[in-house]
Design a protein around this ligand. Structure first.
Ligand code: NAG
Ligand code: NAG
Length: 225
């Protein structure tokens, strides 16, 4: 092995070892960090401000009510009940949360993405067609659909940030659990972010981006508003 090759390899290795690591939820720096519930708090941290640990109680780490479905996303036949840092303050800094989802027959959880979390899904009841879109590195303008029919006990994973959907293809309600590796995964609904923004994305941008004319855009905006 030539000296030059050796030095190059060393330099490349050093470069990768020194690269910054982009973490999402930081590992906790203390045993517990129960979020204070103060809408007027003016200090912004990555997460929520911690309560004095001496004042934390078991209830900060407890949630009850996942035995019943949550509120329906208006018009979608999809009810969600979320257990995250906002209703379980003890989750602050722990990097985990989950949701119960109930999807009526033949209804969908529309195309969406969670910017801060990978999502694992398991089916408790019903039959769901689930899929996510993976950008195709060989063709910037295409993606690949990875999808599965899921029955009770089946588990599927939507990698962080990728667009995904669910469709209840059965004839009874489907109940699912969704686990996230973030205390606050966030959600971006693809159709409504685009067609129901305030103020609207300029017509030309939507028209050129989606190959639509202005009449079609106006109709879509009406449907999503
Ligand atoms: C759900 O759990 C709560 C709390 O344990 C309980 O009060 C309620 O009766 C349960 N509801 C159903 C429908 O099982
Ligand atoms: C827009 O597209 C629709 C359907 O594709 C078509 O019927 C309509 O004539 C078009 N409108 C204009 C103004 O081009």
């Amino acid at each position: 092995m030539s000296m030059w090759w050796f030095i190059t390899t060393l330099a490349i290795t050093a470069f990768f070892y020194n690269s910054p690591v982009y973490a999402y939820d930081n590992n906790p720096l203390q045993d517990i960090c129960v979020a204070v519930s103060d809408s007027h708090a003016s200090v912004f941290v990555n997460g929520k401000i911690c309560k004095d640990p001496k004042l934390a109680t078991a209830n900060d780490f407890y949630f009850s009510g996942l035995n019943v479905s949550g509120n329906e996303v208006p018009g979608f036949g999809f009810a969600v009940k979320s257990v995250d840092v906002n209703n379980m303050p003890g989750l602050n800094t722990l990097g985990i949360s989950f949701i119960r989802g109930d999807l009526e027959p033949q209804r969908i959880a529309p195309l969406h993405t969670h910017p801060r979390a990978t999502e694992m899904i398991t089916i408790l009841e019903g039959t769901v067609y689930a899929g996510f879109l993976v950008p195709d590195p060989a063709n910037f303008f295409k993606s690949r659909l990875f999808s599965k029919i899921l029955n009770p006990g089946d588990v599927f994973v939507f990698p962080i940030g990728l667009i995904h959907f669910l469709y209840n293809v059965g004839y009874k309600k489907a109940t699912c659990l969704f686990y996230f590796n973030s205390q606050n995964p966030g959600v971006i609904g693809i159709p409504n972010s685009i067609f129901a923004s305030k103020p609207p994305v300029p017509d030309d941008i939507v028209a050129k981006g989606f190959h639509l004319n202005k009449t079609e855009i106006a109709e879509l905006r009406k449907k999503f508003s």
